[in-house]
Design a protein around this ligand. Structure first.
Ligand SMILES: [Zn+2]
Length: 246
């Protein structure tokens, strides 16, 4: 998806080439490439790479555009900096997931086909461990059947100016009581998704990211997103106090 408020656009061939390289590199190494890595792999100049990064910033890939080297902060579903969700493969740490919601989509990426990924995370309020095992986008097992994804930012504020604050507001909690405790800790309300509700919510991204080289950035529009979430059976009354009851 794109940043909120942008008109529809299509990616340039340069941006598509660089985006696919970033996905491939992250899935292989669990971290991002620096400019030398990208230059040696793609044969692109510093100028062209940064032009591609600037363009990709209009979507969900996040760079610190105030830095000369365009520090790569997030390549969803991954994060360059520590987040509450670690991805483990074959008993070893692999990467930080972008956020709790994204985390259920990672195992669907083509390079992980047939592999088992463990999401090692914790409850947002008490930091008690939560483990979720996924493979090919499907849930294999979880340490707590009651675990939920808590989302403490309404779609009206998503992807402004980037996905960073939105991802930061999507966190695992042990259960509904812990969700409410976290809400009191941070002084804001939210909604909760079960894993079974999170999976179809991210399916559109999971089925296309990296699978479709030309995957376009759908404009982020809050109202259809809210309706889609409501349609999953999520209680969105904290975001829509005048809306229909659940
Ligand atoms: Zn807790």
């Amino acid at each position: 998806m794109s940043q909120q408020g942008l008109p529809p656009f299509t990616w340039s061939p340069l941006a598509l080439e660089v985006r696919q390289y970033l996905y491939q590199y992250w899935c292989q190494h669990g971290r991002g490439p620096n400019l030398r890595d990208a230059h040696e792999a793609l044969g692109l100049s510093r100028h062209d790479l940064i032009a591609a990064y600037k363009e990709l910033s209009r979507g969900e890939i996040v760079f610190d555009q105030t830095t000369q080297n365009f520090a790569m902060l997030k390549v969803p579903p991954f994060s360059s900096y520590p987040t509450p969700v670690q991805v483990w493969i074959d008993g070893a740490f692999f990467a930080f997931a972008g956020c709790a919601m994204e985390s259920v989509a990672i195992s669907r990426m083509p390079p992980f086909e047939g592999q088992v990924l463990t999401l090692e995370t914790s409850c947002a309020c008490c930091l008690e461990p939560i483990s979720i095992v996924m493979s090919d986008g499907q849930l294999v097992s979880r340490s707590a059947a009651t675990a939920l994804v808590h989302v403490s930012m309404a779609p009206q504020d998503w992807a402004i100016p980037t996905v960073m604050p939105m991802c930061d507001a999507m966190n695992w909690v042990l259960d509904a009581d812990h969700a409410q405790r976290y809400e009191r800790m941070i002084g804001r309300r939210g909604v909760v998704f079960t894993i079974e509700q999170a999976q179809p919510f991210v399916k559109g991204v999971a089925d296309n990211r990296m699978w479709d080289y030309h995957w376009n950035a759908a404009p982020l529009t809050p109202e259809p997103i809210l309706e889609a979430i409501r349609g999953l059976g999520v209680d969105v009354s904290n975001w829509d106090p005048d809306g229909p009851p659940r």
